[in-house]
Design a protein around this ligand. Structure first.
Ligand SMILES: [Zn+2]
Length: 265
């Protein structure tokens, strides 16, 4: 009987959680798996997540979203939001692309309050970018997150643009780190078809971002003192699957040596 079957939208968060766990466990390295911080999806969480992804009925998605928020979303979880009104204790800082296909909380099957977020075009870490620097500083220093995740994705428009030579105005400045990575890895990228080259450069960008994050003293101190982990992921927008990107694992000695360099400079 069709009416007795679970709607596909209700199954989606459960699938997301199991997919993330399976893939992160498959590619587990010395880091504490990110899946450690993904709680089992309860019925209530499933409902919450489902509500966040229910497509608006109207063609005006903002208007129907506003109506849905008022009539269903907020009233259904009054207790949860009352708790969130007193503060946040997210375990994860997520740095991702602004792309509409990469909604981190939905992808992870998590809920409001679970993930502190910074997103920009092509998830680029610029050394001089005040916005991402402040987010990292606050998330690590004040919120004491346990994991920093930087996530790139397939078919990224920013990465695709960096592989081209068109003049893009202010975006050319923003994409400069990607174009440097492209120049440094030209031999590898030239052997790939365009789609694979975009995915490869997205992966290289994640590794570059991880390295830059681990150059920050606030991150190094947290790594040394309380075991903060920095992980890289690539999200496939065509399948919904996440895979890990393994960077170099720092030893405690290396972390200490770099911290000493900060303190004696
Ligand atoms: Zn993107």
């Amino acid at each position: 009987m069709a009416s007795m079957q679970l709607p596909k939208s209700l199954l989606r968060p459960i699938l997301s959680e199991s997919i993330v766990s399976r893939h992160l466990q498959r590619h587990s390295c010395h880091h504490t798996p990110l899946s450690t911080f993904i709680k089992p999806t309860t019925h209530r969480q499933t409902q919450t997540n489902n509500m966040s992804t229910t497509p608006p009925k109207s063609t005006d998605k903002l208007q129907s979203g506003l109506e849905y928020n008022k009539s269903h979303w907020a009233p259904s979880y009054a207790e949860k939001f009352a708790s969130l009104g007193n503060g946040q204790q997210p375990q994860i800082l997520w740095i991702g692309c602004s792309d509409s296909r990469c909604p981190e909380t939905t992808i992870l099957g998590l809920n409001p309050g679970d993930v502190f977020v910074h997103r920009n075009i092509a998830n680029i870490i610029h050394e001089g970018d005040l916005s991402s620097s402040c987010v990292i500083d606050f998330a690590v220093g004040a919120l004491k997150v346990q994991q920093i995740v930087i996530c790139g994705h397939t078919s990224c428009g920013g990465v695709n643009a960096a592989l081209g030579d068109s003049k893009l105005g202010v975006l050319d400045t923003w994409l400069l780190p990607l174009r440097k990575l492209r120049a440094q890895n030209l031999g590898t990228l030239e052997k790939l078809d365009k789609k694979s080259a975009v995915s490869k450069l997205a992966e290289l960008n994640v590794l570059d971002g991880m390295a830059k994050i681990k150059e920050k003293s606030v991150v190094l101190e947290a790594m040394e003192q309380r075991g903060l982990k920095v992980s890289g992921l690539v999200y496939d927008v065509a399948t919904g699957l996440l895979r890990t990107v393994d960077g170099d694992e720092e030893s405690q000695e290396e972390i200490k040596a770099r911290l000493t360099a900060f303190k004696t400079a």
